[in-house]
Design a protein around this ligand. Structure first.
Ligand code: HEC
Length: 102
């Protein structure tokens, strides 16, 4: 968690080059994660709030979007979570920060 805070300064300059929202859309993440409304997955607002309450950082979010474990959808079914189509730490960091920065 402290590592996430430490890397903020380092990666800040990268954000200008990565359009996190665009990556999020290209990966169909928005089909399950709306900014404020629950869809098949929790809203970004809800995820960000939980991460704040539980003191989780971008590392945790990146782990989730790259490891693809089973998740329970709001309709009660289970499926493997989508794995983001990038291994570039700058992209992953930008998307994680964009998701949690609300
Ligand atoms: C098929 C629907 C679906 C798609 C597509 C999807 N997600 Fe999710 N996602 C979920 C569900 C459901 C959860 C809640 C998991 C839980 O709470 O157990 C979740 C949770 C998360 C979390 C929070 C993890 C946590 O620990 O609470 C992150 C971060 C996340 N998704 C990122 C992404 C990204 C980035 C993409 C696109 C690459 C994406 N999701 C695409 C359904 C989806």
């Amino acid at each position: 968690m402290s590592a996430a805070i430490g890397s903020l300064c380092l990666s800040a300059s990268a954000f200008a080059q990565v359009d996190a929202e665009e990556v999020f859309k290209e990966n169909d993440c928005h089909k399950c994660h709306h900014a404020t409304k629950a869809k098949k997955g929790p809203s970004l607002e809800k995820i960000a709030a939980r991460f704040k309450t539980e003191n989780l950082g971008t590392d945790e979010a990146i782990k989730h979007m790259t490891s693809g474990g089973k998740v329970k959808l709001t309709d009660g079914t289970e499926e493997d979570h989508k794995i983001i189509d990038s291994k570039d730490p700058q992209v992953l960091n930008a998307v994680a920060k964009w998701m949690l920065d609300r």
